[in-house]
Design a binder for this molecule. Structure first.
Ligand code: CTP
Length: 400
């Protein structure tokens, strides 16, 4: 898994920086192309020459190194990395990563990269246990970083405690599993729908809902991060297209049905996160409705929209639906799971989730006990959904 992959090894300024040379050597021996970035603190402990001799590649220390025709500096490192591993990750570096600071080469590369991030913290025991450090680590884990160590043992202070850098074997293991996990949807085509629909009343008015599209966009981003080819069918939203995702914009339920039907033709899975209007005005007026003196009421007649998830039912297509309910959440979600022939349904409290950044979801798979997740940011819920989807897909050689 590590062979021939481009790995960025970030080294920050702690005494364990000397151990990063051993890790670097192992990665190179495993066949990886290793680009090392040293922070200013690391340069106090270890020299670029050590890593240059091990990797036969330039070592990045300065974000102001000029770009060349062949190398766009830190941006190329960030975009080409299969994974980033930071060992040792000091308390200061963890804080900077959690805050998204970008005033050195390592911070820039981490911000500009979508590669999996493996952190091997090492520091004095009280620094590790400090609530500030723990909060930063929790933030980074919530964003998908893997943390390996620190281990218990003798520290540079002479005292014993939790703070030693994890062993090179443990760090390489964490990196391997981040790479495997990250490629779990390679070669798959995943269609995701997101956002609400707008059903026109007249040329200037529509009926819509409060869906922000955040859940569907987060699912699309998570699937793309795992190597899938992602087609995102999006209702009206202000959100930016996630990197590597092909997007089709639609407005109405009927447009969403048509775009989704086209997109699923050769797809492995459909994740239907859109909040589709069940009804639309019976007629779309070509002229603006004008109020006249004495008009105290307006009657609009609605007719049913197609149910996209129920309509699209191709053998071999794994379908995941969402249920946003105000009452009887699990019963209603289980009924939709059966009626629409879904492999899984994500059940949410409608009031708490729609328009919010967070969600408290229950994942219900056909024939399995529901998994209730705690309240989590939608990005994290998306990762859990994609974990389940990866497990639901038939093995590669069995796929049609
Ligand atoms: N859905 C769909 N097309 C529709 C309505 C819903 O594809 N016209 C999908 C949603 O994207 C979601 C799932 O079906 O994945 C459940 O949607 P929801 O609106 O909660 O359920 P409904 O089937 O519309 O049932 P109810 O009216 O009872 O809420």
């Amino acid at each position: 898994m590590i062979g021939n992959r481009r790995i960025v090894l970030g080294v920050s300024g702690g005494i364990a920086a000397y151990k990063a040379a051993e890790l670097c050597s192992r990665l190179v021996q495993a066949g990886a192309i290793v680009d090392v970035i040293l922070t200013a603190g690391a340069l106090r402990f270890i020299q670029p020459a050590t890593f240059n001799a091990l990797t036969h590649r330039p070592v990045a220390t300065d974000p102001w190194q000029p770009w060349t025709e062949s190398a766009a500096g830190h941006i190329a490192l960030a975009h080409n990395a299969a994974a980033i591993v930071i060992a040792p990750a000091t308390a200061h570096t963890l804080a900077r990563l959690a805050l998204g600071l970008a005033d050195d080469a390592l911070g820039l590369v981490c911000l500009a990269s979508q590669a999996p991030l493996v952190l091997a913290p090492a520091m004095e025991a009280n620094m590790w246990r400090h609530p500030a450090t723990q909060a930063h680590v929790a933030t980074l884990i919530a964003r998908g970083a893997r943390v390996v160590g620190p281990e218990q043992g003798r520290l540079a202070s002479g005292l014993s405690g939790e703070g030693r850098l994890a062993s090179p074997e443990a760090i390489v293991d964490a990196l391997q599993s981040a790479l495997v996990h990250n490629a779990s949807l390679a070669g798959r085509i995943i269609v995701v729908t997101a956002g609400g629909t707008h059903e026109p009343i007249d040329p200037v008015r529509f009926i819509g809902n409060r869906s922000s599209g955040r859940m569907g966009f987060a699912v699309a981003a998570a699937a793309a991060r795992r190597g899938a080819a992602v087609r995102l069918v999006a209702g009206p939203t202000q959100l930016a297209t996630p990197a590597g995702v092909e997007r089709v914009d639609v407005e109405t339920a009927r447009e969403m049905l048509a775009a989704t039907q086209t997109a699923v033709a050769d797809a492995d899975a459909l994740v239907m996160a859109a909040a589709v209007a069940d009804f639309r005005p019976e007629v779309e007026l070509t002229r603006k409705i004008k109020k006249r003196p004495g008009d105290e009421e307006l009657d609009l007649r609605f007719i049913r929209n197609p149910d996209i998830l129920a309509t699209i039912d191709r053998p071999g297509l794994i379908k995941i639906g969402f249920a946003a309910e105000t009452d009887d959440l699990i019963e209603n979600a289980e009924r939709k799971l059966r009626d629409k022939h879904l492999a899984m349904i994500v059940a949410n409290d409608a009031v708490a989730t729609i328009g919010s950044d967070a969600s408290q979801a229950t994942l219900i798979r056909a024939g399995a006990a529901p998994v209730a997740l705690p309240p989590l940011p939608k990005d994290v819920v998306a990762e859990r959904i994609i974990d389940q989807l990866a497990a639901l897909l038939p093995p590669r050689d069995a796929a049609p």
